[in-house]
Design a binder for this molecule. Structure first.
Ligand code: FAD
Length: 287
């Protein structure tokens, strides 16, 4: 199975992100979504991990299922906060033995309730990157925050820490954002720090107004006033989805024109918006 670092050396990658389903119904939805997206021939799909291990078994099961039952290359997300070294080793041993070659090494967030905080041998994603690299087996991705990570004192500090982390990884995937200039600035600032590893922009098509406001708040992403105005112009869910697809299509065009090494779509386990953007960009015919 392919390593994402190698795929990126060959050319652009187009990829999809899923979260592990909680219920039988959600599992069926994800199965259908993967079946609908497989014909688009994604370079890889990634599966998120509940910080502190809350989806440990579910993430592992989805990743292992994709590896065994489809022709798609999977990547497993893994967060290190709230894990001991022994737990992380068990998880990485499993992926190596299951022939899964790609790990997204993340810090994760501490639970809001102090009672839920578990012992941790790690504080930052860079420590997990070192652990994963120790296997000499995996391609390693890390998270990048174009508008700065919410816990960082300022953007320059965040960029230095990202540059230090990315030097030891194969590629980064960004938090979602709505203006290509954020991505271009991120790549330029990393380059100025001597880091030219591929940075895949993360694309979140807006499909629901309340949801995008909540997600933007949590991730430190600005909702630009032109987008808020467009979304506030309607309460019709179909119109909102249409605006979301339209905005994401333009963003993808701008990013590809700016030289992005690929696009990573946050699908929220649904295929329709991603398929529409693919069609608008004529991506199916490009690879
Ligand atoms: P880090 O790289 O550890 O950074 C966290 C903060 O610490 C930043 O402010 C950074 O500047 C700072 N920092 C880093 N190193 C140092 C240092 N040496 N000294 C002082 N400060 C330092 N979360 C999940 O729970 N599960 C997922 O599956 C998941 N997938 C994600 C996928 C993508 C593409 C992205 C962008 C985010 C994802 N997240 C996920 C969210 C992520 O876990 C949070 O944003 C988390 O708060 C930070 O993760 P990180 O890997 O960037 O952490």
């Amino acid at each position: 199975m392919a390593k994402i670092g190698d795929l990126l050396r060959i050319g652009r990658t187009f990829s999809f992100e899923f979260f592990p389903p909680r219920t039988d119904d959600a599992q069926l939805t994800l199965g259908r979504t993967i079946a609908e997206l497989e014909p688009l021939r994604p370079a890889f799909v990634s599966v998120t991990y509940g910080a502190g291990g809350s989806t440990r078994a579910r993430t592992r099961d989805v990743v292992t299922w994709v590896r065994r039952e489809t022709n798609i290359t999977p990547m497993a997300h893994l967060t290190c906060q709230g894990h001991t070294r022994t737990e992380i080793t068990e998880i990485l041993d499993h992926y190596r033995d299951a022939d899964v070659h790609n790990i997204m090494a993340l810090g994760g967030d501490l639970p809001s309730d102090p009672a839920d905080i578990r012992p941790s041998d790690y504080t930052y994603a860079s420590e997990l990157v070192a652990e994963v690299n120790g296997y000499g087996y995996f391609s390693v991705g890390v998270a990048a925050h174009p508008e700065g990570h919410p816990r960082s004192p300022d953007r320059a500090t965040d960029r230095r820490r990202l540059a230090d982390k990315l030097r030891h990884a194969d590629f980064a995937i960004t938090q979602f954002f709505f203006e290509a200039s954020h991505y271009v600035r991120l790549v330029d600032e990393l380059m100025a720090l001597g880091v030219d590893k591929p940075v895949l922009p993360g694309i979140m098509p807006v499909t629901n107004k309340g949801q995008i406001v909540r997600m933007a708040e949590m991730s430190g992403t600005a909702l630009p006033s032109w987008l808020v105005e467009r979304l506030n112009g309607t309460d019709d869910p179909h119109e909102i989805r249409k605006i979301g697809v339209d905005v994401a299509t333009t963003l993808c065009e701008d990013l590809l024109a700016a030289g992005a090494p690929g696009l990573h779509f946050y699908t929220l386990n649904r295929s329709t918006a991603t398929r529409e953007i693919y069609a608008n960009l004529n991506l199916s015919s490009m690879h």
